[in-house]
Design a protein around this ligand. Structure first.
Ligand code: DON
Length: 332
C-alpha cells in the first residue's frame, strides 16, 4: 500500500496506523471476488481479470491511501451518470432538468423499462437508471455528439486535473449489443422525453460510459462531492453546493439501483457503481469525539470487476462496508 500526498511529485511514505490494515482488508476481500462475475452483456468487459481489487482514498489535505489494483484503468460505465447529471445541471436550470427526469428511486434494476410504461406520462424516475441517464445525456450542452462529450470531458478535467481517455473497443462492444438501451431510448423518444434522435442519444450515453479512469480519478471526484463541490486540494469551487448535494442525494437513494436501501443501511455513504467494477463513494466531514481516519471527509474509489446481480463490485462493496464500519464513515 502507498500513503502519499497528492501534490507530491514522488510518492512519500508516511507513518500511519491505518496503512497496513487497508492492505489486509484488500487481501482478505479479494478472495470474495469469486462470488461475482465480470459483466458479460458488454462482451469486452468479460475480458477483465475478475480477481482484481483495488482502492484509493483521498482526504482534503491531499493524503492518499492506495492499495491493491488501484491503478488499473477501467471504463466509467454508470459512474458517468453522476458526472453527466452534474454537467447538465451546470448548463440548464435545475428545474428544466427535473422537468425531464425525476429524483425518485425505483427499486428496479438499472436497465428496467417497466415504469416508463406503468407511470404516465413516462418520465424517467431518476438519472441513475439507464432511462434517466440516456435522457440526461441528450441534454448535455452542444449540438453534435462531439460537443456533448466535450462538455463532459471538460468537467472531468476540471475535477480530476486530466482529460479522460476513451476506450473505443468497449464502446463498439456495447454499441453493437445495446438492444435494451435502444428499446429504452425509442420508448423515451415516443413519449417525448428525448429531444434529440435516438441513435445520437445512445451514442453520447455509450461513449460517456466508455471514458476511462482509475480509482484515484473517481476518489478525487468523490472528495469534491464530499466537500459540496469545493476542490479542497486546489482550493477552488468547481460546482455549486446545490448541484453537489443533488448528485449526492441521488447517489444515496439510487446509486446502486435496487440495492440502494441496503447500501444506505449497511454502508451509509452516497456511492455510485458501474458494471465494469468501479465504485465511487463520498464521505463528508464527520463530527466525532474519538480520533478517526479521514475525519475531514474523503473520496473513495474502488475497482473490482467481478460484480453481483445489481451490477456492483462484490468484493468492492464488502471492502467499502468494512471501511465504513471500522472507520465510522456512515452519514447516519
Ligand atoms: O448502459 C449500460 O448498460 C452500461 N453502459 C452501464 C450500466 C452500468 O454500469 C450499471 N451499473 N452498475
Amino acid at each position: 500500500m502507498e500513503v502519499t500526498r497528492i501534490e507530491d511529485k514522488e510518492h512519500r511514505q508516511k507513518e500511519d496506523p491505518y496503512m497496513n490494515v487497508l492492505d489486509e482488508w484488500v487481501t482478505h476481500y479479494r478472495s470474495f471476488t469469486s462470488e461475482g462475475r465480470c459483466a458479460s452483456y458488454i462482451p469486452v468487459l468479460e475480458k477483465a481479470d475478475p480477481s482484481h481489487l483495488g482502492i484509493c482514498i483521498i482526504g482534503p489535505d491531499g493524503t492518499m491511501m492506495k492499495s491493491g489494483n488501484w491503478d488499473v484503468v477501467f471504463t466509467l460505465q454508470s459512474i458517468s451518470k453522476v458526472i453527466s447529471f452534474i454537467a447538465v445541471c451546470l448548463h440548464h436550470d435545475i428545474s428544466y432538468v427535473l422537468d425531464r427526469v425525476d429524483l425518485e428511486p425505483t427499486g428496479d434494476p438499472f436497465n428496467s423499462i417497466v415504469r416508463l410504461e406503468m407511470h404516465k406520462p413516462g418520465k424517467p424516475f431518476n438519472p441513475m437508471i439507464n432511462a434517466g441517464a440516456i435522457t440526461v445525456s441528450s441534454l448535455l450542452p452542444g449540438v453534435s455528439t462531439k460537443e456533448k462529450l466535450e462538455s463532459l470531458c471538460e468537467l472531468m478535467e476540471k475535477m480530476v486535473g486530466k482529460r479522460p481517455t476513451f476506450n473505443e473497443e468497449v464502446f463498439q462492444s456495447e454499441w453493437q449489443t445495446a438492444y435494451r438501451n435502444r428499446a429504452l431510448a425509442y420508448y423515451l423518444k415516443e413519449t417525448g422525453y428525448l429531444e434529440i434522435e435516438v441513435e445520437q442519444a445512445l451514442e453520447v450515453y455509450l461513449k460517456q460510459c466508455s471514458l476511462e479512469v482509475n480509482t484515484e480519478d473517481i476518489a478525487l471526484i468523490g472528495l469534491i462531492l464530499a466537500h459540496d463541490g469545493y476542490h479542497p486540494i486546489r482550493k477552488e469551487q468547481i460546482l455549486p453546493k446545490k448541484i453537489a448535494r443533488l448528485a449526492k442525494s441521488l447517489m444515496l437513494t439510487c446509486g446502486v439501483y435496487n440495492a440502494s436501501g441496503k447500501f444506505a443501511a449497511f454502508i451509509g455513504l452516497p456511492a455510485k457503481s458501474g458494471v465494469s467494477g468501479g465504485i465511487m463513494a463520498t464521505v463528508p466531514p464527520r463530527v466525532r469525539m474519538e480520533e478517526l481516519p479521514f475525519i475531514n471527509g474523503c473520496g473513495i474509489g474502488i475497482y473490482g470487476p467481478a460484480i453481483d446481480e445489481f451490477g456492483t463490485s462484490v468484493a468492492g462493496a464488502m471492502l467499502l462496508k468494512q471501511l465504513a464500519n471500522s472507520w465510522d464513515l456512515s452519514i447516519f
